[in-house]
Design a protein around this ligand. Structure first.
Ligand SMILES: [Zn+2]
Length: 331
């Protein structure tokens, strides 16, 4: 058992912090990558010393949560989200095929949300809404809800407002105040929970703004998936140091329970075909010694379609690398 690491990381207390397990607070862990993990997604826009930093990914010996033990301080994390961060791109900027796939996905999500929404509420909050892309898609799909977006990045909120979306800058601590008297029926969080420095605290704060029986519905990468094992370092969802916790269905359920929430479902997702496509392209770029820009390659949409059959098999017989989850506030 290890309580200290012999990692060759930069000893820069101004930039890095070390945390114990965010779920059970244990400081007992196993190093998953003893040499540390570099940032493979932002080296083009990062400057030294950030560019050469390695980060410590560990598995908690007490509860199995996989987390970034040595990670950027939240005051410094902005540098890693600078530049052309792929998540900021609107679906309309990603070409006709991607736009069509996004609209199909939005229609199927709308059906899920209509089933999950507690009776008496029609309000959806997209927590971590970015530039409002998802809300825009849901409106196009005909969502009969009051849709509100929140994000911590002011420029993104300004972009969302330009699309006519009600949106405000907020983190978990000022969400209640920004919503005023309104309660939310369903919080949507798409690929957000893995970025949170304190996920249980956020789940509790989100629960505070939900009606009784309200839902937190989202998606996150699954580290216990066949393509994670298959691609190894080229698996696209490491996204270190932006992903601070990488969940399995089991550890995700433990986080929900720790926040006082009931698990409605945690299940495989066909959207994992996007991870196959990105991982294939990333692996190819790494072999060629080139930088890979997520989701940007001209073949990306074609590879998503080509990856659908194996993702469908994985969905039925194994574990996909995206998992959809829904948690319910008790009461
Ligand atoms: Zn733990």
């Amino acid at each position: 058992m290890a309580t200290e690491s012999a990692l060759p990381t930069l000893d820069d207390d101004a930039v890095l912090e070390t945390v114990d397990c965010l779920l059970c607070h244990s400081n007992q862990f196993k190093d998953l990558v003893p040499e540390g993990i570099p940032d493979t997604d932002g080296s083009e826009y990062l400057e030294e010393p950030l560019r050469s930093m390695r980060f410590q990914l560990v598995s908690c010996l007490q509860c199995d949560t996989v987390y970034l033990r040595q990670r950027p301080k939240q005051s410094e994390i902005g540098a890693f989200y600078a530049g052309e961060y792929h998540c900021y791109k609107s679906f309309s900027e990603r070409g006709a095929l991607m736009s069509t796939l996004a609209k199909l996905l939005a229609s199927s999500k709308l059906k899920v949300i209509e089933k999950l929404m507690p009776s008496g509420s029609r309000t959806v909050l997209d927590y971590g809404c970015g530039s409002g892309t998802w809300i825009e898609l849901m409106k196009i799909a005909g969502a009969p809800f009051e849709m509100i977006g929140s994000d911590i990045i002011p420029d993104q909120i300004e972009a969302a407002k330009k699309l006519g979306i009600e949106a405000f800058v907020a983190n978990e601590d000022d969400l209640r105040e920004k919503l005023g008297e309104r309660k939310v029926g369903l919080v949507h969080m798409n690929h957000v929970i893995e970025h949170l420095p304190d996920p249980i605290k956020v789940l509790k704060r989100l629960s505070d703004v939900l009606v009784d029986g309200g839902i937190i519905y989202g998606q996150t990468p699954n580290i216990d998936s066949a393509d994670c094992r298959f691609f190894g370092k080229a698996w696209v969802q490491w996204h270190i140091p932006r992903h601070l916790v990488l969940y399995t269905p089991e550890t995700l359920a433990k986080h929900a329970a720790a926040a006082g929430l009931e698990v409605v479902f945690i299940k495989n997702s066909l959207s994992s075909a996007t991870n196959w496509a990105n991982s294939i392209l990333k692996q190819s770029a790494m072999k060629a010694g080139k930088e890979y820009h997520l989701s940007s390659h001209p073949l990306y949409p074609v590879l998503i379609l080509a990856s659908m059959p194996q993702t469908a098999l994985q969905l039925i017989f194994s574990r996909t690398s995206n998992i959809d989850f829904a948690f319910r506030k008790k009461g």
